[in-house]
Design a protein around this ligand. Structure first.
Ligand code: Q9C
Ligand code: ZN
Length: 470
């Protein structure tokens, strides 16, 4: 496509330039033609040119803009009987202030939130449950407290039904806009969170499962076949896992604090060997951390060696992120050590998937500063800014062990995890992993034992040389 020698290319392409789409040579020619005509005919408006490009189905490469949903309404849901509850209105206010402070807010396109319909809520939830939640709007504080106690770690306010419906609807609006390429990507600064909410129950500060509903909505409304859900909230999003465990059209990846089921929600279903069931076998990927203090290197290694190989094989058409920031350094619940800047990189790593259709929805995050800074880091990446540098470090032995165990569990399902040459080597990998564990036990952590680097070399490559400038 490009006839210039590669050395003459700029080191970094502007994110505003159309992507070099490898299988789009023909369309690329058409695009050039369209651009040429556009330049020639100055009377033609930009709108007409854009319409022309849309017709050529290259519009995705031009899809620009990061959608940002927020509303004051998200501060109306609060705990009447515990004013110091960690899932508090200040969480979203702190994020919006940080976006403002860093001048990120005006660079985004404001998307108006709307309430989800009953039908939409029922894409994931039972009718009786939706009806019950609706009825809480007129209940007394006493009644609300009683209802809340039927669930694990939940509070309900008279405004909760409306606000939770608005959190769902906000994400659905973003789904509409990225699927039609009106926007490239987006971030929903909403609450209450959603990833613990289940078919017939609220759970873990969550009333409706925002991300799970958005996944089903994208599939029904926009004919999306494959959705990747990435859940980096420090808690396992069991609500999302349960919704899709038998479904091969949704790949659910969660990285979470586990400590051998010692951490909430204390489920063995959160462990690494759990991989889904029936047709969905292989489409649930759990990466449980068995120690606190996981760093940037641990998260980045997990993405590089586990999530991304599988994700690029899966070829999602939409990426939804259950973006909890209780995994960021300073969070009282997560007790992890990932920096806010790390989330720029994780976000960027996902933007190569699904033609850039990446939507983040706020989940947990209980240190206001950490949550606000990490959210801003994500928005900055969505806008195309370069990632800030990280201080380099190595992944920990505990992290590598977890990653290796999950890779082993998924070897049978994902050939892209098969990095060793020469056929199915799952057994070999387990052995190598153990050997690595012994080896690094004495010294400092080393790269993933299950990963080997292949070197390709052929003498015939010597025949390619510059004849007039040796
Ligand atoms: N002793 C989110 O981060 N903790 N939810 C219960 C019981 C519940 C977290 C502790 C934590 C829920 C969205
Ligand atoms: Zn959480």
């Amino acid at each position: 496509m490009d006839t210039k020698p590669s050395g003459a290319r700029p080191a970094r392409r502007s994110p505003r330039l159309p992507n070099s789409n490898s299988n789009a040579q023909g369309r690329s020619e058409e695009l050039k033609e369209a651009k040429r005509k556009g330049k020639m005919d100055r009377s033609k408006g930009e709108d007409e040119l854009v319409a022309q490009l849309k017709h050529l189905e290259v519009s995705r490469s031009l899809a620009s803009g990061t959608g940002l949903v927020h509303s004051e309404e998200f501060t109306r849901h609060n705990c009447l009987w515990d004013p110091s509850h960690p899932e508090c209105p200040d969480r979203v206010t702190a994020i919006m202030e940080e976006l403002e402070r860093r001048d990120l807010r005006p660079r985004c396109l404001a998307v108006e939130p709307r309430e989800a319909t009953e039908q939409e809520l029922r894409l994931v939830h039972k009718k009786d449950y939706v009806d019950l939640m609706r009825k809480t709007q007129t209940m007394s504080e006493k009644e609300l407290q009683t209802i809340s106690e039927n669930y694990d770690s939940v509070y309900i306010h008279p405004d909760s039904f409306r606000v939770a419906s608005l959190a769902v609807g906000s994400l659905l609006e973003l789904v509409d806009k990225v699927m039609t390429s009106e926007l490239r990507n987006g971030f929903s600064v909403s609450r209450p969170p959603g990833h613990h909410a289940q078919f017939d129950q609220a759970n873990g500060y969550c009333l409706f499962n925002n991300v799970a509903i958005a996944t089903r909505y994208a599939q029904r409304q926009h004919r999306v076949k494959r959705v990747l859900v990435v859940d980096w909230d420090v808690h396992h999003g069991q609500g999302i896992q349960y919704a899709f465990e038998e479904d091969p059209s949704v790949l659910y990846f969660s990285v979470h604090r586990y400590e051998k089921a010692g951490f909430w929600p204390h489920l063995e279903a959160s462990d690494g060997p759990v991989a889904g069931s029936g047709a969905g076998l292989g489409y649930t990927i759990n990466l449980p951390w068995n120690k606190t203090g996981m760093t940037d290197a641990d998260y980045i290694t997990a993405f590089q060696h586990l999530l991304l190989p599988v994700a690029y094989q899966f070829q999602p058409q939409l990426v939804l992120v259950a973006a909890g920031f209780d995994c960021v350094r300073g969070d009282p619940k997560g007790e992890m050590e990932a920096t806010p800047q790390c989330f720029s990189i994780l976000t960027r790593m996902l933007m190569g998937l699904a033609e850039g259709r990446v939507l983040l929805a706020l989940e947990g995050g209980y240190n206001l500063r950490s949550t606000a800074e990490a959210s801003a880091a994500c928005v900055s990446s969505l806008l195309g800014d370069p990632c800030p540098p990280l201080s380099s470090s190595s992944p920990s032995l505990s992290a590598l062990t977890s990653i290796s165990e999950t890779i082993s569990a998924h070897y049978p399902y994902w050939s892209r995890l098969q990095v060793l040459e020469g056929g199915p080597l799952a057994d070999d990998v387990v052995i190598r992993h153990k050997a690595n564990e012994e080896q690094v036990g004495e010294t400092s952590p080393s790269p993933l034992g299950v990963m080997t680097t292949g070197l390709a070399y052929d003498e015939r490559m010597m025949e390619h040389l510059n004849l007039w400038d040796r």
